[in-house]
Ligand binder design. Sequence first.
Ligand code: AMP
Length: 398
Amino acid sequence: MPFSKLGLSSLLTQAIQEQDYSAPTPIQKQAIPVILSGKDLIATAQTGTGKTAAFVLPILEKFNKERTLRGKRIRALILTPTRELAIQIATNVEQYGKHLSLSSMAIYGGVDAEPQKERLIKGVDILVATPGRLLDLAHQRALHFNELEILVLDEADRIVDMGLVGDIYKITDRLPSDRQNLLFSATMTDDVRALAYEFTDNKMGEPATEIAISPKTKAAATISQWLITVDKDTKSALLSHLINEEKWDQALIFIEKKHAAAKLVDQLAKRGIEAEAIHGDRSQAVRERILADFKSGKLKYLVATGVAARGIDIGELSRVVNYDLPFKPEEYIHRIGRTGRAGAKGEAISFVAMGDFKNLCAIESRLNHIIDRKEIAGFPVRKVVPVSILNYVPKNKR
Ligand code: AMP
């Protein structure tokens, strides 16, 4: 099915062609008509499914038909948990809207607010924002919401995890109740569902349409997953060995703690491997520079803490490594969703130490299969990790 069948006009389909998208992805096929019809939407879709275009394209289509914009006013607000994601979405808005004359910008913390305030004076059609900076600017009356038509909450599960729900309600309290609401989340936990219902319950009209793209918690099929059991103290040697021996072209390496990220970069450097780390303590400018280098291929190995890695969107990411296994199965699925995107192949490799056994059981029982194990010559383990029990239930859930 071509994009034009979804009700998008030629200036948008032309921009899509220039992005080399040949056909809409499943989330785009399902979400675009719903959004164009004006209904509220609650969508479960992981990163990598093409969900950003699924909400950005119909917003552009709607706004292009009717162009009215007043100073300090915005027409669509896209709320995201992190600044990286805000920047990424704003870039997509610009790419898809390049042949239209609509305005867009991203606002986020960690940088000077003055240029953002100045830019808002003329009004902005599509504003992408992190909640904290948006509230700051709203308190300063740098923008007003009385002409807002569409509200999008992206990566709602992450918003919940990061404790930002209070800020979201503070924002929705300020918005006109007659608006269209769109919520996207990689996973639909009870907390996200509660937020989704609250969020879309602003009109007397129809209930929100619900769409779930991949089965609730399944990882995309194009990703090959495997794990290596390892002793904690040999992890960095193992990583260097794999990078060198298997001649990895690229890897996004997830690590739990920020100080450990910096240490790992040093350890890799000692073995002649050039890597960089991004984490919450690095300035916005540094993070942006490193991300740009990684995206362009100039930097091949990026070490990132889970939160800092949000919003990293690389078309053809071939490999993610869980240097540390994440604590939540949802996080595991989300992380590995960063590879094998939109049809491309990818691999996800996890380093699993004895202390990770319970986490591994939780992840594998969520996946409903055991992850293949590989043994790497020269890296025997002293503390063997048993094979998981797939029906493992954590104590607090019994
Ligand atoms: P997202 O799920 O929004 O993070 O998008 C994941 C990646 O898929 C991005 O790099 C997009 O540029 C790409 N993408 C989005 N829609 C399509 C499409 N219809 N065909 C091919 N790639 C796409």
